[in-house]
Write a protein that binds this ligand. Structure first.
Ligand code: SF4
Length: 317
């Protein structure tokens, strides 16, 4: 049965003609929120690995990380393709020569089996030279730029120590689009002070900016973070699964109908995660979301205006 929202797997099959699988790579990039250029300590929810694999710090160079990933994919799905995913920290917050080195490790495997290169970065660390280099790569395989917005509220972006603005995100998405790249926007629901209205506003910014893909998940409280201290003091509570699905349905209704949902949940090892303690499998969240939209009689895009610049229809809460 067709789901009332766009999911990644059929999109990948339509785009590449074969199933493709992400291989996460750690290029050892840094982050301006950690090295003092913008701030120190990082975003309140980010652990010291920068949401990454930490592979480079274990001594595995990028080429070897990619080759190991390719072998894993070949064992799991012979004939499947690969998305080379530069995940950790801010991958365009590097010297020009370093980005060149990183891409040189990936480029020999383009086409077979690397069908796509995805890079995560911050919207305020996207220099023109990096966009121009990625545009050249994009002439060979699709390049997806994953940009963190997290919430569409400047006050909360400041309070959670992200230290960029919503307009930084708008500007970065527009420049990436002008360079011919696809953009995947990243959002977190349930950030301190954001609430249900925050979930709605964030989706509206994604619809307005026309990002092609969306990643969204609930806040996880990880052990080695500032948020863990807030949670221990009772300053922050993680969402229960029912509330998350409810807000997620609001969020999805406000996306444009063709934006592809790359993810709806986040994972973290149980020994690293303090809250929430619920473990609902990603397939179950997807089914609950479909059930909630069906109950409401809505679907992805039901509450977005035709111009994609705001929600249509009345609020249901
Ligand atoms: S910008 Fe990314 S890597 Fe840097 S502290 Fe925030 S979440 Fe972590």
């Amino acid at each position: 049965m067709a789901l009332p929202f766009q999911t990644l797997r059929p999109h990948l099959l339509r785009t590449f003609g074969v199933p493709v699988h992400r291989v996460a790579l750690d290029a050892g990039s840094d982050c301006p929120n950690r090295d003092g250029a913008k701030g120190r300590g990082g975003c309140v929810y980010c652990d010291v690995e920068g949401s990454g694999t930490g592979a480079l710090r274990t001594g595995v160079d990028l080429r070897e990380q990619l080759e190991r990933g390719i072998r894993r994919v070949a064992r799991r799905d012979p004939g499947g393709g690969v998305i080379a995913y530069l995940q950790s920290y801010s991958n365009t917050y590097v010297e020009e020569s370093r980005l060149e080195e990183v891409l040189a490790a990936v480029e020999p495997r383009l086409g077979d089996p690397v069908h796509c290169v995805a890079l995560a970065t911050r919207p305020d660390t996207l220099p023109d030279w990096a966009l121009a280099r990625l545009a050249r790569l994009n002439a060979r395989v699709p390049v997806w730029l994953e940009l963190g917005l997290e919430t569409a509220d400047d006050r909360i972006l400041f309070e959670i120590n992200r230290l960029h603005t919503v307009d930084d995100f708008r500007d970065a998405a527009a420049r990436a689009h002008a360079a011919g790249l696809e953009v995947v926007g990243h959002a977190i629901l349930g950030l301190p002070g954001d609430g249900r209205e925050g979930a709605r506003r964030t989706a509206e910014v994604f619809a307005e900016t026309g990002v092609e893909g969306v990643k969204v998940h609930n806040v996880l409280v990880l052990r080695r973070t500032q948020l863990a201290a807030w949670w221990r003091k009772g300053r922050f509570r993680a969402l229960d699964p029912e509330t998350y699905v409810d807000w997620l349905a609001d969020f999805v209704e406000r996306l444009a109908p063709d934006q592809v949902l790359h993810r709806l949940t986040a994972d973290a090892p149980p020994e690293e995660r303090l809250a929430p303690r619920w473990d609902v499998h990603k397939n179950a969240i997807r089914e609950r979301l479909a059930g909630e939209l069906e109950r409401r009689g809505t679907r992805q895009g039901s509450r977005v205006s035709p111009a994609g610049t705001g929600s249509a229809g009345s609020s249901d809460s």
